[in-house]
Design a protein around this ligand. Structure first.
Ligand SMILES: Nc1ncnc2c1ncn2[C@@H]1O[C@H](COP(=O)(O)OP(=O)(O)OP(=O)(O)O)[C@@H](O)[C@H]1O
Length: 612
């Protein structure tokens, strides 16, 4: 039976699987809990014995009192100590479970196909990994221990009351359905409130992460007030839900159980009073029992109160567990190889071979309705440069998306050196490619870290050489600390051109055989463009290059140019061939020539005049 056919296991069972490796710790914690509860519950009984057998009957003896008092004190200490050890064991076990769960969740996120990230806001995913797992920690640290301890206390109190008097035990039995009814009512009313609060927290996370990522746009468009209002609304919704929870807790939980406790106490006192009236000396003999019963009765309600709250939290934790496992159940990219080494140390510093890439009648739809690529066929010969041009949305980046296997195509075949893409695992495939995106991603860490990107095996000289070939050396040396400089928040302190040069250096350090350049020369000044051109020339040496370009000047020397329109290749050839033909390419070329001429005549404010 394969994984897809297997019946789905409940989140609770799967969570228990995570707890299994730590079962001895949890078992020890439970054992400690049983003894701690027994020690704690023995104290009112000892008081009863002291009252009934040492103080009241008139045979007072210091030695007896000291002995029983000593035992009582020892029970206090033992109960406290056992409770401390029990909490410690639960905490450690819970930390290990949450640690493993977070580790698996993050590892799984890294294997998910891009479509999952297209459909989920980042904040929600952050909430899954941080908040939901935290709520599962709560489950092991507080919810389950309180529920088990509460149940144990109820049983222990019940036993103690039965030993005191079986009629009192019957009275306690009557109380149970009343208390269970209250618990049920509380759960029903509180569950939507708890869930609502968590939903609002998830929304708050989403809003915070989106605002932080888009801070420049928010400020540039003067959207601070709007963002603040939106955030305020969600925050307000959260506090409203939380306030209602507090109201419910203070209205229903405590007063209701206290009222029942009070009524029960009245019944018991009346019962004892009646008993002492019936039997001449019963009052004197049973003062201790009355005391013990009152204490037990009071303690009887505490676990019910706690259980009501914890059972609601249990519901929340169950929802959190469902969400965590739902994310873990998102089908991973089938080609993702779990055994990718942490550091590809065996990788040679020489780049992998320049491969031939063939697209054979390939079609792709992201949503199952609109075709992003339509029957695409071309060959990118090994070691040559193939440029891709076309209007926005014509499908250029989709070609790279397919090659990197960020998305799966539905029709046709992509081959690398004659081998279908499906025969490569992700690690092997992506090791061959060096991707430079239009907006390079800079991670937190130093310039050196960003060039290596995990390749700790690279020598310092190799990193510097990569920076030099990528034309990044000059700007890196100008930075305080040079290679050790930390550009901070997603490289925002670096210019777009510098980020691109850094991305080139990273690509060179990773020595790919195939270069995938996604509009790498857009949005930069002419000096940086010159540096980038030199870097590109270095990058292209001995490699197969697939370059998406908006500026045709950067691809005039390409070995072949593919012109795309609405997901199809509408023209192909060299620059010289294409400018000769009427069609999209010539239109683009002429339009850009006019643009460049205008720019050349443009000097600041003279621009408008020159254009006229
Ligand atoms: N992740 C995605 N999910 C759904 N549709 C997508 C996705 N990425 C691209 N598309 C759609 O596929 C089509 C081709 O997009 P693609 O990004 O390949 O165009 P492009 O030529 O690279 O555009 P640009 O030059 O603006 O980057 C567009 O209609 C786009 O809306």
């Amino acid at each position: 039976m394969n994984a897809a056919q297997q019946p789905k296991r409940s989140s609770t069972r799967r969570l228990l699987d995570y707890a299994k490796p730590h079962s001895s710790r949890f078992a020890l914690a439970l054992l400690l809990m049983v003894f701690a509860t027994a020690a704690e519950m023995s104290i009112p009984w000892l008081v009863k014995v002291i009252l009934d057998e040492v103080i009241l009957p008139g045979n007072f003896a210091w030695s007896e009192l000291l002995k029983l008092g000593g035992i009582m004190f020892a029970m206090y200490v033992v109960a406290g100590l056992l409770q401390y050890l029990q909490v410690l064991n639960f905490q450690h076990g819970a930390l290990s479970v949450v640690n493993a769960l977070r580790r698996d969740l993050f590892a799984h996120l890294l294997k998910l196909p891009m479509r999952v990230f297209d459909s989920q806001p980042v904040g929600r995913l952050v909430s899954r990994v941080s908040n939901d797992t935290e709520s599962l920690r709560d489950l092991f640290v507080s919810v389950l221990p309180t529920i088990i301890q509460g149940s144990l206390r109820i049983v222990a109190i019940f036993i103690a009351i039965s030993l005191l008097d079986w009629r009192l035990m019957l009275l306690s039995l009557v109380l149970i359905p009343i208390l269970l009814g209250a618990m049920q009512l509380y759960r029903k009313l509180s569950a939507p409130l708890f869930n609502g609060a968590r939903e609002r927290i998830s929304e708050i996370n989403t809003q915070i992460s989106e605002s932080l990522q888009g801070m420049r746009i928010i400020q540039a468009f003067n959207q601070q007030a709007h963002s603040r209002a939106e955030f305020e609304q969600t925050n307000q919704a959260w506090s409203q839900v939380s306030r209602r929870t507090i109201g419910l807790n203070s209205l229903l939980l405590a007063p209701y159980t206290r009222l029942i406790a009070l009524l029960a106490s009245v019944v018991v006192v009346a019962w004892f009073g009646q008993q002492s009236g019936l039997t001449a000396d019963v009052g004197a003999v049973e003062i201790g029992s009355l005391y013990a019963f009152m204490i037990y009765l009071e303690r009887f309600f505490d676990p019910f109160r706690q259980l009501s709250m914890e059972l609601s939290k249990l519901q929340i934790s169950t929802v959190a567990a469902d969400r965590v496992f739902e994310l873990l159940d998102e089908a991973a990219d089938p080609h993702a190889d779990a055994s990718i080494p942490l550091r590809p140390g065996t990788q040679s510093e020489r780049h992998s071979p320049a491969s031939e890439i063939v697209f054979d009648n390939v079609s792709l739809s992201y949503d199952g309705q609109h075709q992003a690529l339509n029957e695409i066929s071309f060959t990118a010969p090994a070691g040559k440069m193939t440029a891709i041009v076309g209007h926005s949305g014509s499908g250029k980046s989709s070609l790279i998306n397919l090659l990197m296997r960020f998305y799966e195509h539905q029709q046709g075949e992509v081959r690398i050196d004659g081998q279908p893409l499906s025969q490569f695992n992700d690690a092997d495939l992506r090791q061959r490619f060096g991707l430079v995106q239009q907006e390079p991603v800079i991670f937190s860490g130093s310039i050196d870290d960003n060039i290596r990107l995990g390749r700790d095996d690279l020598s310092e000289a190799a990193v510097q050489q990569a920076a030099q070939q990528g034309q990044a050396q000059r700007f890196i040396h100008r930075l305080p600390g040079g290679f050790a400089h930390r550009p901070g928040n997603a490289g925002q302190s670096l210019s777009m051109g510098e980020r691109q040069l850094l991305a080139f250096a990273r690509t060179l350090a990773h020595a790919p055989g195939v270069l995938l350049l996604d509009e790498a020369t857009a949005n930069i000044d002419s000096e940086t463009e010159e540096q980038i051109k030199r870097a590109l020339a270095n990058l292209r040496q001995g490699r197969t290059t697939l370059a998406i370009a908006h500026r045709l000047s950067t691809i005039v020397d390409a070995d072949q140019i593919l012109v795309m329109d609405q997901g199809r290749i509408v023209q192909r050839g060299t620059h010289a061939e294409l400018v000769e033909q009427a069609g999209h390419y010539r239109e683009l070329y002429l339009a850009q020539q006019v643009e460049e001429e205008l720019t050349q005549h443009c000097h600041g404010t003279d621009c408008v005049t020159s254009a006229e």
